[in-house]
Design a protein around this ligand. Structure first.
Ligand code: HPA
Length: 273
């Protein structure tokens, strides 16, 4: 049963590290370097944690790292799971339940995505203001366990207004420019067609990607606040001059990761202020 599995995973993590970080981070493609700079770090490979899924995507390290980021305790998921890997929606979000159980209240999620908004450019960082999920899939489908959250969770503030403001203040403090926009979820693994991108553009998406939404839904369900920061790695299909590749995504994500890391470090401190 999900509830018992979560307890078992959390108990195992506690045997490795007894800290209860209030801030959690889920790092997207090519953005995992943030976990390398933690102080007093304890790294636990996902494969050792009972019931945890594991991923095989290049650019994802697959471990949970608990440590301090400029003095603030954090739990970092270095590597995440995607629907296109063949995991069910419920599996993708399993770590979010466990993060909540070990004490996480605020979840920062990063990802790599394609720009639908023609004003955006590869390398831009975007605060996610909202999401569009047209997949017909939801990680909460199935029997509900009221001990975890409500049957019909509210999503009017899927991304916390408070955390968004804090991230904006942090960016201004650092002199970093940023975008704000709506994230449209696609299942992948193929990149979208030009017609799909036009459709999403008409619906109000500024960027598209293959992650983040399932975790955001469950985090809200569990009563956590979410901050989403997307790294625009390419213009989406139809707006891009070149064909897409995962290498291009990783390259641009790596180039932006220094700014993103600086931004997140300051935001993490502000999160708890
Ligand atoms: N589409 C979907 N996912 C992505 C993209 C894209 O263009 N770039 C990075 N992740």
């Amino acid at each position: 049963m999900l509830f018992d599995d979560i307890m078992e995973s959390a108990d195992f993590i506690r045997t490795r590290d007894t800290r209860r970080p209030k801030v959690g981070l889920i790092l997207g493609s090519g953005l995992g370097s943030l976990a390398e700079s933690l102080e007093d770090a304890a790294a636990i490979p996902y494969s050792e944690i009972p019931h945890f899924p594991s991923s095989n995507v290049p650019g994802h390290e697959d471990r949970l790292v608990i440590g301090k980021m400029d003095g603030t305790e954090v739990a970092v998921m270095q590597g995440r799971f995607h629907y296109y890997e063949g995991h069910g929606m419920q599996r993708i979000v399993y770590p979010v339940y466990v993060l909540r159980k070990i004490g996480v209240e605020k979840l920062i999620i990063t990802n790599a995505c394609g720009a639908v908004n023609p004003a955006f450019r590869p390398g831009d960082l975007m605060i996610i203001s909202d999401y569009i999920n047209l997949l017909g899939l939801n990680p909460l489908i199935g029997e509900n366990d009221e001990r975890l959250g409500p049957r019909f969770p509210d999503m009017s503030e899927a991304f916390s207004n408070d955390l968004r403001k804090k991230a904006e203040l942090s960016a201004w403090r650092l002199g970093l420019s940023f975008r704000t926009g709506v994230y449209g979820l696609f299942n992948g693994p193929c990149f979208e067609t030009a017609a799909e991108i036009r459709a999403y553009s008409m619906l109000g998406a500024d960027a598209v990607g293959m992650s983040t939404v399932p975790e955001t839904i469950v985090a809200n369900y569990l009563g956590m606040q979410v901050l989403g920061i997307a790294c625009i790695t390419n213009m989406a299909t139809g707006l891009a001059k070149e064909k897409h590749s995962h290498e291009e995504v990783l390259r641009t994500a790596n180039e932006s990761s220094e700014n993103l890391c600086r931004w997140i470090k300051v935001s993490v401190m502000k999160c708890l202020a």
